[in-house]
Design a protein around this ligand. Structure first.
Ligand code: SAM
Length: 256
């Protein structure tokens, strides 16, 4: 019989996901509910199941990573990005380097492309989009979405860039071409650098304060001079100056 700490160690070996960096109460509750769903009576029994059955393993990863996303999520913040942040970043440049960190199934980087296309032509847009979850990235690259997920897409973009198919709304190749997807673990892998804008939303809420502090510093290092970090609606940074950030607007932090 193993404890939750033993389980975390084993998961780290099996998946490279360090559960110790995720808020324990929330994560344990999610894991326990999944274990119950599979009818396992202990962490050891569930681990045996995980190792034996690839579909259980995939469901577990999916359950851990929480891939919920949508286009123009919390749309008011995208309005701020378009009205204030992008004009500032593009004031003396014809293109910018952008990273969507923890991009899930692609709604966020594609929303970025659409917003940027209000300022610069699509062939000048190139966005890096990363997530720990391979399956989510695969879905992002396919670019087929439900009606619910595209609810907030402006009508002109909807008619220009989405086609209704029998599986859902398929996003146009011209938008897809602007995004490069890559698997990356924000807690472990080296961060790419020299970004003008990093968007990291609705993932830091799952991490411990210690993990968050390390990530803020690493995001700061990954930005170029005056670069901006855009965070999710419940993810304001406490004491941003500690990490060399100043508040530009709520949810937008500029490297000092
Ligand atoms: C709720 S989604 C957020 C998606 C999008 N950013 C948004 O705001 O709509 C959280 C994403 O974080 C990813 N994630 C969780 N832990 C991660 C880690 N250690 N490194 C990279 N991505 C991670 C999950 O796979 C999931 O796709």
């Amino acid at each position: 019989m193993i404890s939750y700490s033993g389980f975390k160690e084993k998961i780290l070996q099996l998946t490279a996901i360090d559960l110790s960096s995720y808020k324990e109460k929330q994560m344990k509750r999610r894991i326990d509910s999944l274990i119950k769903r599979y009818g396992a009576s202990s962490y050891s029994e569930f681990l045996t199941l995980l190792e034996k059955d690839k579909s259980v393993f995939d469901t577990f990863i999916n359950h851990l990573t929480i891939n919920v996303s949508e286009f123009y999520r919390n749309s008011v913040q995208w309005d701020v990005l378009r009205a204030d942040i992008l004009p500032l970043l593009l004031a003396d440049k014809s293109s910018i380097k952008v990273w969507s960190a923890a991009c899930s199934t692609g709604e966020e980087p594609y929303t970025l492309v659409m917003n940027l296309s209000r300022f610069i032509p699509l062939n000048n847009i190139q966005i890096l989009a990363t997530d720990i979850d391979k399956e989510a990235i695969g879905k992002a690259a396919r670019g087929i979405y439900s009606e619910k997920s595209i609810e907030n897409v402006p009508p002109d973009f909807l008619s220009a860039y989405f086609k209704k198919t029998e599986n859902g709304y398929s996003i146009d190749e011209s938008i897809k071409r602007c995004v490069t997807f890559k698997q990356m673990n924000l807690l472990r892998d080296e961060y790419p650098t020299e970004f003008d804008l990093i968007v990291c939303r609705n993932v830091m809420i799952y991490f411990t304060d210690e993990a968050k502090r390390i990530m803020y510093q690493r995001f700061n290092d990954a930005l170029s001079k005056d670069g901006i970090l855009f965070v999710g609606s419940s993810e304001q940074i406490i004491a941003p100056r500690t990490f060399n950030f100043k508040v530009l607007r709520t949810f937008f932090y500029q490297k000092m």
